[in-house]
Structure formats: structure tokens, C-alpha cells
Ligand binder design. Structure first.
Ligand SMILES: Nc1nc2c(ncn2[C@@H]2O[C@H](COP(=O)(O)OP(=O)(O)OP(=O)(O)O)[C@@H](O)[C@H]2O)c(=O)[nH]1
Length: 729
């Protein structure tokens, strides 16, 4: 029997014993070495050869990932590891580090109970380190730390023991400060989730040279830091690897410090599922009961040329088997499982069954999307997976040949299914479709995959940024009238407090939650009690409050009112961009006695009209997406680097020295950052490394408002005039 088959068999044997399972993700800032580390673990588990680990990048399976040298899709692998004389099953997900693919990280966290956060010893904790820690904690996933590239401190930077120790301690202190800050507001996160060398939740080493150490490993092998420095300095890396192999150190840490599903699920389930806790179904999830009802959360959808669409995710209860007919949340009817499997890096191995507590990949769930709840009985779905960042950039895609149009539409629908951080607008009339995503690279990768993998020649437009509209002040009460003049709505708007906007964005407040819970969450975010009791709708990050009393027929008309509100908010009054962060109050309404005269054709335009008028009266402005920018450069290029931010309508907030480099930090509009990569490279002779992170939306400066609004209106084929009563620019 082949080695691989043996590993699969061993995995199957261990799947029924949740105490010996660990579901983990490896996450980090881009280029800190996750994929090289994962390769080491695969080699340690005997799945790829020791020699090629780190060169082969077994987890970056797609051609474009190998070409670009970065991870784009999260990849799964199941492996076994012997710890304290017991074999353990480890289901591991390697996640992308580039900010554009953050959606994959968020989804991966739903499937796992532990996150190994990798930090580059030289660069230290970086913006993406903070983001992945936040993503982990929000899902109730326990972090541990691996400080990578320690070889560089020794061989390249030639640091002495004292200096090196100080640097490593400061990385640990930074990571702990982040964890403490985030966990402060999360009641169910245990206090001891900070990491420390002493308790073995921190490892150090070099993924490239395949060695690693931790306090327990040093005690076991008898090696200390002095031995390591000596071997590394004398280029005896092979010996170092043999005496203290990275994979053993990390996998021991995983088995010792990450919770198994039996420990994790009772804590995690209440955080991610709001169904009735006193049911058999809930009990099945709490106990990781393989004989319970099937509950499977899909965290990833991918396409396999042979097997078709594969849904990967976490089995929280019951056992997945071929032939089962399962409900898929948000869709009618059931889907039938065609096959059940495990991922072994790029390849999927079919197995007979996958019980609770494991990560499974199944085919046949044609209605599932990333985020679906799949179950044997109808149930409250899991909380939706909140993505930290909204799409900020859009590109149009058109098929070069009209004959390809149906295939292109199908492919775009598939893309939307696989990646919820993408938004797709399909326009069958013009054939010009819009893809919105997290950044230039995100869209580039998707369009390239449509071209290369699907073989559809497409024409793409220039990337354009996504805007928002928001009122800046409280409006007066305005009236909106129906075309037949028999129905009237009286509305005001005011800007919504940022704290409430954040709570909506983080999923802490939603219309899906029980009313009492929602009220409390809103009050906690600063809303007064009366207002919180009258919330009628939350759409995007806008709230409608019903302040009316005893108006006849309003209840039965409310659905149409909400439809009008939502339409008005999806296409704001300035440039038909989405409205955000506003609070509307319905003060009064006059409705016609007869239903016939207060149908959709009357009520929807009346409300839409009132909403837009209120926004205009509330000094609505265009908002543009901005990014935090951090550039690391040698000091002689510091001026050029800060110039690159300032020259883009940006602002430099801080400049300081870190090691032998200068760090320039600031913010700049996403629109101006298009093309930044090549400009910064040439401005600094390729010596800069940089990182950008989406940082929400900001009001566009006044002197660009009119110009930008007109530009967008023209692009959308709207009338080239400002909406009535906007004469204040
Ligand atoms: N010197 C040194 N280089 C390393 C080490 N680990 C990784 N690298 C190098 O760092 C670069 C990035 O490594 P990857 O493993 O691709 O990093 P990653 O975090 O997976 O990157 P993304 O998946 O793109 O986010 C590669 O050139 C590696 O060879 C290490 O321990 N020491």
C-alpha cells in the first residue's frame, strides 16, 4: 500500500475520536512564511519529501499561486502526528496573507479551533498580524505564536544573544497586547489566551531551514539558544534540523495547546449559532455527537475539474455519508451528497464517512455557498461569517465573443458562490458585468482565472473605486408623496454614531437576532432606550426607526415602505452609490383607505422620494474608500516614500526607525493607490516593502465632490446635474 493511502487510513481511524483531533489554521501577514511552515509540517507527517519542503510549496497548489509566489486560496490538509505516545489527527488550513484575500482567512477560522499565528522575527507584528488575530478571536479560535525567520537574526543581522532575546520578547509583548486589547470586550474568551514562552505557546525557528524550538522542546532535546546560534552561525543547518526538527516542535505545540473539538465546541457554538440551546440538535453540537443530527458548516467552495464543485467545512454534529439528503440553509429542497472526502493538500481522497469534529469536503451540495449551513433537519443557520472589509474596487468584464456570454455568466455566478467578499452585478442587457472586490490584485486574479482556467477571452475595464453616500447633519422633516398624491410619508435623517455602525458591521446587531437581544446590543453601542425599541429595519449600515403611533394601515404597508427605503439606500441621491451610516425616522404617514391606491407603485416611490429628500437636506456627501499605508525603506529613500503617499492626496501620520529601516505610516484614498506598486518600486529603486489595508470610507474633500459626482453619473448614464436642492457645493 502507498504511503499516502496509509496516512488516509490512519486519518479515517482517528476521525472517530474527537479528543485526538485538532483543527487548526495557519495565518500571518503576507510573506511571513506560513506556506513554507505548512510544507515542513507536511514533510514531518510524511506527506511530501523532506528535501523539497519549502521549495515545493505543496499548499500553493494553483498555477497562479506558484507564479505569483503567494497563497491566494486557503488550502486544507489532514495529517497525523504522534504526541505523548498517542496518534493525533490534525486538520490544517493554510490561509492567504495578502490583505485582498482576507475573506478566505475569516471563513477558515469558522472551521477550526486553533490558529497558529506566524510572525517574521525581523518585521515583527504587522497590520495583517493584527487582522488575523482579530479574525481568530471573533470566531472563538485560540491563538498560539510561531516566530519565524530567526535564522535571519543570527546569520544576516548578526545579533548577539541579548539583542535577539530582546527582539523576540518584544514581538511576544506586541502580540499579547493585541490579544489583550481584543479579548477585553469578549466575555467568552478565556483570560489565559495570551501566549508565553514558559507555558509553551510560543515557538521560534526557521521554516526555510526546517528547525524550530520551544521551551518544552529545549527541555526534551537539551539544546539551548547558545547551541542553536552556534550551529546556525557555522552553517550547520542540516544538523540543527535533525536535532530539533521544526515539524515536531510545532505539531507538539498544536496537540498540547490547541483545544480538541470536545473542549472547543461547547464554547464556540453559542458564539456562532443562535438557535434554541435546549434541543437535541444543540446538544449534538455541544457533545460533538457523531450519532446526532448532521450539522455541517460550509466554509469554502472550490471547483475540481473531475469531481465538480466541492464544499469544504466543519462537521459540528452527526456523520456525513454518501447518499444523505441534506437541507442547505437559504434554499428550498434538499441536496444529495455524492461523495465525502478529506483534503490532502492539492488532492482530495474519498472516504466512506466523516464524523463530527472533523473538516470534510463533499460533493453534491449544488446549492451550497461559502457560509451555508447544511443539516439533516431544518434548523436555524449559523451566524453569517462577517467579513471585516467591504469591497472597495470594481472592474467591468465583458466577453470578447458574444457566444461566450452564457458561459461567462455561469462562471461569474460560480465566483460569487466561492468568494463572498466579491460582489457581482450581472447585466444581461449590456453584457457588461461588474466585479467588486477587496483590491486590485483580488480582481486581477479573478479575471485571470476566468481567462486561463475557463478559457473565456474577456475584455476588462480600468479598475474604479466604489463610493458611498452619507448625510453629514440632521435633516429637517421632509415629505415624500406618492404619484397619485394620496399617500405621504414624513421622514428625517441623521448621521448614525460610528459605534453603532461598527456594531452592525461586526454582526453584533442585526435584524436576524431576537428583538430583546438587538435592543440591548444597540443600547450598549450608545443608542437611547426609546429609539432602540422602535427599530423597524437595518439595511447595510442604516437604521429605520418607526416613531409613528396608531396610524391605520401602516402595519400592512410596512413591507412596501421597507422596499422603498432599501431601494433608496442602494442607489443614493448623489450618484446612485450605496448610502451608509444613517438613521432615518418615520414620524408620520398618511395612507389611502383603499389598498388599491396604496400599492407598490404608489408607496415605493413615495418612500424613496422622502428618503432622498431627507438625505439632501441632511447635507449628503460622497465618501471614498481609504487605505492605511505602511512603507518600510532604507533611510535614503524615506523622502521618496513619503512623497508617494503625499502625492496621492494622502497624509503621512508617522515616521520612525525600526531596526535598520525607516517606517513611514499614513493614509491615502484607494483611488489614488491604483498603480502604487510600480510607482513605489521605481521611486525607491525597489528597496521598499509596503503594506496597505482597507480602512473604511472618508468624506471626499469638498472641492472634488461635484467633479466626482458628475464623473460617476456620466459613467452610469445618469442625468448630468446635481439632484434638486443641492446647491451648496
Ligand atoms: N530566511 C528565511 N526565509 C524564509 C523563512 N520562511 C520563509 N521564508 C521565505 O519568505 C518568503 C515567503 O514565504 P511563504 O512561505 O511563501 O510566505 P507566506 O506567509 O505563505 O506568504 P503568502 O502565502 O503569500 O501570504 C519566501 O521567499 C520564503 O522562502 C525562514 O524561516 N527564513
Amino acid at each position: 500500500m502507498g504511503r499516502r493511502k496509509k496516512i488516509v487510513q490512519e486519518c479515517e481511524r482517528l476521525m472517530d475520536n474527537p479528543e485526538h483531533i485538532r483543527n487548526i489554521a495557519i495565518a500571518a501577514h503576507v510573506d511571513h512564511g506560513k506556506t513554507t511552515l505548512s510544507d515542513n509540517l507536511l514533510a514531518g507527517a510524511g506527506m511530501i519529501s523532506e528535501d523539497t519542503a519549502g521549495e515545493q510549496l505543496a499548499m500553493d497548489t494553483k498555477e497562479d499561486e506558484q507564479e505569483r509566489g503567494i497563497t491566494i486560496d486557503a488550502a486544507n490538509v489532514s495529517m497525523t502526528h504522534e504526541y505523548e505516545d498517542t496518534n493525533h489527527l490534525i486538520n490544517l488550513i493554510d490561509t492567504p496573507g495578502h490583505v485582498d484575500f482576507g475573506g478566505d482567512v475569516t471563513r477558515a477560522m469558522r472551521a477550526v479551533d486553533g490558529a497558529l499565528v506566524v510572525v517574521d522575527a525581523v518585521e515583527g507584528a504587522m497590520p495583517q498580524t493584527e487582522t488575523v488575530l482579530r479574525q481568530a478571536l471573533r470566531e472563538g479560535v485560540k491563538p498560539t505564536l510561531f516566530i519565524n525567520k530567526v535564522d535571519r537574526l543570527i546569520s544576516e543581522l548578526q545579533e548577539g544573544p541579548q539583542e535577539m532575546q530582546e527582539r523576540l520578547m518584544s514581538v511576544i509583548a506586541d502580540v499579547n497586547e493585541l490579544i489583550r486589547g481584543m479579548a477585553e470586550n469578549m466575555d467568552d474568551i478565556p483570560e489565559d489566551w495570551t501566549v508565553s514562552v514558559e507555558d509553551g505557546t510560543v515557538g521560534f525557528g526557521s521554516a526555510l531551514y526546517k528547525w524550530g524550538v520551544s521551551m518544552p522542546s529545549m527541555q526534551r532535546t537539551g539544546m539551548d539558544f547558545g547551541d542553536i546560534m552556534e550551529l546556525e552561525q557555522n552553517d550547520k543547518r542540516q544538523e540543527l534540523h535533525e536535532r530539533t526538527p521544526l515539524s515536531d516542535v510545532v505539531l507538539d505545540m498544536v496537540c498540547e495547546h490547541f483545544p480538541n473539538p470536545v473542549d472547543a465546541q461547547p464554547r464556540r457554538v453559542p458564539r456562532i449559532w443562535r438557535g434554541d440551546p435546549d434541543t437535541e440538535l444543540a446538544e449534538g453540537m455541544q457533545l460533538v455527537d457523531e450519532d446526532g443530527d448532521v450539522v455541517f458548516m460550509v466554509t469554502d467552495i472550490s471547483m475540481d475539474p473531475h469531481a465538480g464543485e466541492i464544499a469544504t467545512g466543519r462537521v459540528f454534529s452527526g456523520t456525513l455519508e454518501k447518499g444523505q439528503e441534506l437541507y442547505v440553509s437559504g434554499t428550498a429542497g434538499k441536496n444529495r451528497i455524492q461523495s465525502v472526502g478529506l483534503f490532502m493538500g492539492s488532492e482530495r481522497e474519498e472516504v466512506d464517512r466523516v464524523p463530527a469534529g472533523n473538516i470534510a469536503s463533499v460533493t453534491g451540495l449544488r446549492d451550497a455557498i461559502a457560509g451555508s449551513t447544511v443539516s439533516s433537519v431544518e434548523m436555524t443557520p449559523f451566524e453569517s461569517i462577517e467579513h471585516i472589509s467591504e469591497p472597495v474596487i470594481t472592474k467591468s468584464v465583458e466577453a470578447q465573443n458574444m457566444d461566450d456570454l452564457p458561459k461567462l455568466i455561469e462562471t461569474l455566478q460560480q465566483v460569487a458562490k466561492e468568494d463572498p467578499t466579491i460582489q457581482i452585478e450581472i447585466n444581461e442587457d449590456t453584457g457588461e458585468h461588474l466585479i467588486s472586490g477587496q483590491g486590485e490584485l483580488h480582481l486581477e486574479v479573478i479575471t485571470q482565472r476566468i481567462r486561463d482556467n475557463q478559457g473565456i477571452p474577456v475584455i476588462t475595464g480600468e479598475p474604479i473605486v466604489v463610493f458611498r453616500e452619507q448625510p453629514q447633519e440632521s435633516s429637517r422633516e421632509v415629505e415624500g408623496q406618492s404619484p397619485n398624491r394620496h399617500n405621504k410619508f414624513y421622514i428625517t435623517v441623521e448621521p448614525l454614531d460610528q459605534e453603532i455602525v461598527d456594531a452592525i458591521q461586526l454582526g453584533e446587531v442585526s435584524m436576524d437576532m431576537p428583538e430583546l437581544e438587538r435592543r440591548e446590543a444597540l443600547q450598549e453601542a450608545g443608542m437611547d432606550k426609546d429609539t432602540s425599541q422602535n427599530v423597524e429595519d437595518i439595511h447595510r449600515t442604516n437604521i429605520l426607526i418607526d416613531d409613528t403611533k396608531g396610524i391605520q394601515h401602516l402595519n400592512e404597508t410596512m413591507e412596501l415602505v421597507l422596499e422603498g427605503l432599501q431601494e433608496a439606500l442602494d442607489d443614493g441621491p448623489l450618484a446612485a452609490e450605496p448610502v451608509q451610516g444613517s438613521l432615518f425616522r418615520l414620524h408620520d404617514a398618511k395612507l389611502h383607505e383603499d389598498t388599491i391606491h396604496r400599492g407598490p407603485a404608489q408607496v415605493i416611490p413615495a418612500v424613496r422620494d422622502a428618503v432622498h429628500r431627507a438625505l439632501i437636506d441632511g447635507e449628503v456627501r460622497l465618501l471614498e474608500p481609504i487605505q492605511d499605508v505602511r512603507i518600510d525603506v532604507p533611510s535614503e529613500h524615506m523622502g521618496a516614500a513619503s512623497g508617494e503617499i503625499q502625492g496621492r492626496r494622502g497624509r503621512v501620520d508617522d515616521m520612525y526607525q525600526e531596526g535598520d529601516l525607516m517606517v513611514v505610516e499614513g493614509i491615502a484614498p484607494v483611488e489614488e493607490m491604483i498603480g502604487f506598486s510600480s510607482d513605489i518600486r521605481s521611486a525607491t529603486e525597489g528597496r521598499a516593502s509596503w503594506n496597505t489595508e482597507n480602512a473604511g470610507f472618508r468624506v471626499l474633500v469638498d472641492n472634488l465632490q461635484r467633479e466626482k459626482i458628475m464623473e460617476i453619473r456620466e459613467r452610469k448614464g445618469m442625468k448630468l446635474e446635481l439632484p434638486q436642492s443641492i446647491d451648496y457645493f
